[in-house]
Design a protein around this ligand. Structure first.
Ligand code: SF4
Ligand code: SF4
Length: 117
């Protein structure tokens, strides 16, 4: 059989089958419930113990005091350094950190990748 004879049936068949690739980003990609995406921080329960910063293998998170507030803290995350291991989440004694399903975190400048979460 010629090459065309071999290719043609396969080509015709693929015209009527569902593509095996995904249409992302045109179709929103769904991730698992326990996906380790961008961190979320609950400032109401954080006690500023800094365990999260000590266990972070990428030095990607810092906890800072909120100016003018005695016991209020904010979490700063370097999205370009974070390896989304969730070590900080697992180690937080107050469950002030959690992972989310947000994964579209790319940026063009490293200066813009440091965010308060
Ligand atoms: S997820 Fe991992 S890398 Fe990212 S801030 Fe937490 S401990 Fe650090
Ligand atoms: S480990 Fe938890 S409670 Fe301690 S500073 Fe980090 S986020 Fe706050």
């Amino acid at each position: 059989m010629s090459k065309i004879g071999k290719i043609l049936p396969v080509a015709l068949k693929t015209l009527f089958t569902k593509p095996s690739t995904e249409a992302y980003p045109y179709v929103k990609k769904l991730v698992e419930d326990d996906f380790r995406g961008k961190l979320e921080f609950n400032c109401d329960v954080c006690i500023g113990c800094n365990i999260c910063t000590r266990v972070c293998p990428a030095k990607a998170i810092t906890i800072e005091k909120v100016e003018g507030e005695e016991k209020k803290f904010k979490a700063i995350v370097h999205l370009d350094r974070c390896i989304y291991c969730a070590q900080c989440v697992d180690s937080c004694p107050k469950k002030a950190l959690k992972t989310t399903q947000a994964f579209e975190l790319a940026g063009f400048e490293t200066g813009n990748m440091t965010v308060e979460v």
